[in-house]
Design a protein. Structure first.
Lengths: 274, 323
């Protein structure tokens, strides 16, 4: 594997550092009100509080736990405008060693493919044994980048991981599907996309925050990475959610039993959903 | 020129999952609008016999790869096979289920085929001869209309949203060589959860509980109502973070974004991140003691009352109606 340090040795042996990568994205906080611009071209970013994508936090935490277990370095890779640096610094404050910030206005309209291509180009230039991503970013909710990245690097993926066990080069991961849990085995290097349940992300400590300020962050742009910023898909238009008709407050004879009876009747006869 | 509307059939334990028929019916509709064929890819083990069934849902041609390597699902085997057949036939549109399997497979196909995709779509149509996919973003705080310039134009359809339509067609079945190379992943074990449990992402009805449930033991009353209605039991982030319910049951921006026919929110105040995850439900019922709870702004039917009295009474009423 080009760029990979996992070929022909046990990457988690003592003689060499393990290279762990965690990809992060800065997104609006879950409590943010999202307002669509009048022309439908995007969202109004005014007043939004930006945070690390919650699923990426699980990825960063798992990267740090792995480093603490086997030794090595955690590199944070992020694409985004200048403000994305705050999210990179947050991950460095949690304990990662260094960062790569891909900041290029041409990538602002990047779709999942272009995003993954830029990440792949950046990652190919460094040694890596395992790459963590969040299962999805809670802004565009695409849930695509981790898998595309794995494909572009020619390595396996396990997505929506709730439990991870690594022994030598063997990876054992648990992934939920509808009505079951799968125990999946694959090999390093690979991409793991993290979901809730994998761990409890740590908070950055004050000394961690101080140290993070001095940790190295490389700046890259699309040209330096040799990737095209042309998107395969685009959001032609954004619209607010359809308005819901006003509801009814049920108050039949004002007893819980009366209200329950009225509700059951409405669900059956008016809504026709039971 | 790329042609045809294709679907990736999803199977479990040798049978098609319901979402496959939703994909097929939708492909038929789009194919008719384009005047093109609807085709399906079926990758499974011992599935040649059932492949033709998809004709009943409007599929003209079914491409089957029957191989033990396809069961249970792995990314490597399925992505290699689907990418090959879709590429060889120059498909214009490819529909995949936005299920756990589809969400793993579809983006891998995006990478293999160097194309674009609209995830978790709630509507798809043809505009100017191309696929226009409508999907919630920011967990439903807004919607995006997605257009893909490369082919195949991939869309993952949210289960339980698109109608199943039966036709009198018989689909032609053809087998193809999946060209499987070196497979790097395998499934060691499938740990099944309690039988009959419906995942919130695929349920027609969800009965959900929040902080107002006061403790994990009280979810029993929701389980009882859910059993009568054939519903799944969901939970708010507060209930999951308190350890009362499994993470897989969480509805909201950091859980599952759902759109059932009926969502019954019990003791859920309606934090914005929860509302985002369920407000595309067809009908919403809210049961909460606090008349000011934001959940009532989204509810079609609101009951301002004690859920510990309303829910058991509702269970009895539903039993009478459905009994």
């Amino acid at each position: 594997m080009e760029g990979s340090s996992a070929q022909g040795r046990l990457p988690f042996g003592k003689e060499e550092n393990v290279n762990i990568i965690a990809c992060v994205k800065q997104v609006p906080d879950t409590e943010a009100q999202i307002k669509v611009k009048a022309d439908g071209s995007g969202i109004d970013e005014g007043g939004i509080k930006w945070v690390m994508n919650p699923y990426d936090e699980f990825g960063v935490e798992e990267a740090l736990k792995l480093k603490e277990k086997v030794g090595g370095d955690v590199t944070i890779v992020s694409i985004g405008p200048a403000r994305a640096m705050e999210t990179i610094r947050t991950a460095l404050a949690m304990g990662a060693e260094k960062g790569v910030h891909i900041d290029d206005p041409a990538l602002n309209a990047a779709d999942a493919y272009t995003t993954a291509a830029a990440l792949a180009a950046a990652i190919k230039g460094m040694p890596y044994d395992i790459i963590f991503c969040g299962q999805r970013a809670i802004d565009d909710d695409s849930a695509q980048v981790g898998a595309i990245l794995a494909e572009l690097l020619g390595i396996p993926q396990v997505t929506f991981v709730t439990k991870l066990d690594i022994d030598g080069t063997a990876v054992k991961a648990v992934r939920p599907i509808e009505g079951a849990q799968l125990v999946i085995e694959t090999a390093l290097p690979c991409v793991i996309t993290a979901t809730k349940g994998l761990n409890e992300p740590r908070y950055a400590s004050l000394p961690g925050i101080m140290k993070a300020k001095k940790k190295p962050v490389d700046a890259k742009n699309a040209a330096a990475l040799g990737v095209s910023a042309d998107a395969k898909s685009k959001v032609a238009k954004m619209v607010p959610p359809p308005a819901r008709p006003p509801g009814k407050i049920l108050c039949a004879d004002d007893t819980p039993e009366g209200k329950a009876a009225e509700l059951a009747k409405l669900l059956r006869e008016e809504a026709k959903v039971i | 020129m790329a042609k045809g509307v294709w679907i990736v059939a999803e199977l479990r334990d040798g049978a098609f999952r319901k979402v496959t028929f939703e994909l097929a019916s939708t492909a038929r509709k789009l194919a008719d609008q384009l005047g093109e064929e609807a085709c399906a890819v079926v990758c499974g083990s011992g599935v040649s016999g059932i492949a033709g069934e998809l004709g009943k849902y409007g599929i003209d041609k079914v491409y089957v790869a029957d191989n033990a390597a396809f069961e249970p699902y792995t990314t490597d085997a399925h992505a290699a096979a689907v990418a090959k057949v879709v590429k060889d036939n120059d498909a214009a549109i490819l529909l995949v289920a936005a299920s756990f399997q589809g969400k793993d497979l579809a983006p891998r196909l995006v990478g293999k085929l160097a194309t674009g995709m609209a995830s978790d779509c709630t509507d798809v149509k043809i505009a100017d001869g191309k696929l226009l996919a409508v999907r919630p973003m920011y967990a439903g705080k807004c919607f995006g209309e997605i257009v893909t310039s490369a082919t195949p134009q991939i869309a993952a359809l949210r289960p339980n949203v698109f109608p199943i339509v039966e036709t009198a067609k018989a689909g032609a079945v053809e087998s193809f060589d999946p060209g499987l190379g070196d497979l790097k992943t395998k499934v060691l074990e499938v740990q099944k959860e309690q039988s009959g449990k419906i995942d919130v992402s695929e349920a027609n009805i969800i009965v959900s509980g929040g902080r107002g449930m006061k403790g994990p033991e009280n979810f029993a009353i929701l389980e009882e109502l859910a059993a009568v209605l054939g519903a799944a039991v969901g939970a708010s982030r507060a209930a999951v973070d308190a350890g009362w319910r499994a993470q897989s049951d969480q509805v909201g921006q950091t859980g599952k974004v759902v759109s059932p026919n009926l969502y019954i929110a019990c003791g859920i105040s309606g934090a914005i991140q929860h509302l985002a995850g369920m407000s595309s439900s067809k009908y919403i019922v809210a049961v909460n003691k606090d008349p000011e709870a934001p959940i009532f702004q989204k509810a079609d039917y609101g009951l301002v009352d004690d859920l510990f009295k309303v829910v058991p009474a509702l269970t009895q009423e539903c039993k009478k109606l459905l009994g």
